[in-house]
Design a protein around this ligand. Sequence first.
Ligand code: ARG
Length: 588
Amino acid sequence: MKKLMDHMTEELSSAFEKAGYDPALGKVTVSNRPDLCEFQCNGAMAGAKKYRKAPFMIAEEVAENLKGTRLFEKAEVVKPGFINLDLSKEFLAEYLVSMDSDPMLGADRAEKPETIIIDYGGPNVAKPLHVGHLRSAIIGESIKRTGRFLGHNVIGDVHLGDWGLQMGLIITELKHRSPELVYFDDSFKGEYPKEAPFTIGDLEEIYPAASARSKEDEEYRGEALEATEQLQNGKPGYMALWNHIMKVSVADLKKNYERLNVEFDLWKAESDAQPYIPDMVQRMIDEGFAYEDQGALVVDVQQEGDTKEIPPCILLKSDGASLYTTTDLATIVDRAKNYDPDEILYVVDKRQELHFEQVFRCARKTGLIGGDKRLVFLGFGTMNGKDGKPFKTREGGVMRLENLLSDIENEMYKKIIENRSVKDTDAEGTAQIVGLSAVKYGDLQNQATKDYVFDIDRFTSFEGNTGPYILYTIVRIKSILARYVEEGGSLSGLSILPAINQSHKNLMLQLASFGQVAENAFVDKAPHRICAFIYEAANAFNSFYHETKILGQQDEAVKGSLIALLCLTRKVLEQSIELLGFSAPERM
Ligand code: ARG
């Protein structure tokens, strides 16, 4: 659907053209003086030099051509040459009527849908999810949903970390605790048990114990390194254990992500990339990209014009072991071969920026992926506590995701009970829904690259720029609509009519920008733009609500049109939070 801004710019462009000026001067923008007008065009200022004419005169000529336009109720020239614009209420109402009947709510579906793989989540098997993984999941999920909404083929891949030292540590610790298990009997030739010899609870205790011990005990660490290597070389007993660890962990991870309303299409892992490594490395050697340096096999990725040093990519260490980098390169091979993506987007902690710079350069240099394909790194900042340091538990430990969500839900529950508008039986379910909005909105409202302070108190507040405030606004709309129906009204057959006051018009103007916001948010990978839109829309709605009689409206046609606008507001807000990855309860 044509954007409101494009309608206006076209109108201005033809007015410039008719007056004998370059139509490109007709660009309309949102007013930076909302007290004076809604939109503005500064083209006359820009054209003054080219046409050697006072901007005011140009503007006057252009404004003359806007007389009788359907689009504006005001097109006023002010010194030194701005054109101040107010949109016509009739035109705006018509625009919203067509937006209302558009399933995309004014956004355009991609003309050329692309295949985009989003690499996000990135949990490590057998290690509990911690808050560091929270941001990746929340941001990646939102970008995935927005891309899909716009018609792209977006594939979310969790890219499990399942090939590192943590596996060797767990195996070593198990061996110390239960050396009698068949997995450690090298002469065992039978079939390994189907059941894992541990639960997720055991794993969560085993891993930290093993990790702590390896830091103090050289020999133990050596054992773990050796176990990791043996696993990677396919030792049957260890492979069987690894399979158990994967199964148990993945089941637990899925539960956690479900709670976060995060869903992956692919549950691929670092191990899935391993089969691609030998050929990839061989080719890099054969084609002269990889060479030996102090026993290791490396590829230079420094480029002319670099202002900082970019160290070479290490493909294989001197002992022949592959690394995180090697796995990421081989994963690109896997993805290019099996999905032929136009873009691979990595949503990962920004502290891994150098790693991805090396990987991308190496992939490009060695032609792992077509030159027309995009490799994009979206590095996000750290989630800090109120003390400005990375978020910790009260005891100073790493906060686990589950605990963080429970804390939020408890706080939400307390606030909902204080509010008392919901019966106690609903309060727990509602606290879960609203709690999720608090966490996700609290995160997404920040530009992804920035660090932010995780503040439970602020995030769970019903006031201010928070998830609960947004949901509260949606619930308020739902309850007005429900009351309208209870009083005998019907929600079908209603039509949006021109605004009856300024706050009414402001709400309409705000809703009209949804499509552009969704498109921009996707292009810029910036869910915070959607948050800013939602917040402004919620504020616009609440001002309108306070200044306008809705159900008490005497004129039935006007009342019907206000209800129609409420329906559209709800639709737009619900679609927006759907893009962010949460939903609204019926009541709260
Ligand atoms: N598992 C990694 C971590 O916890 C994140 C993985 C990010 N994705 C990737 N393709 N390297 O740090």
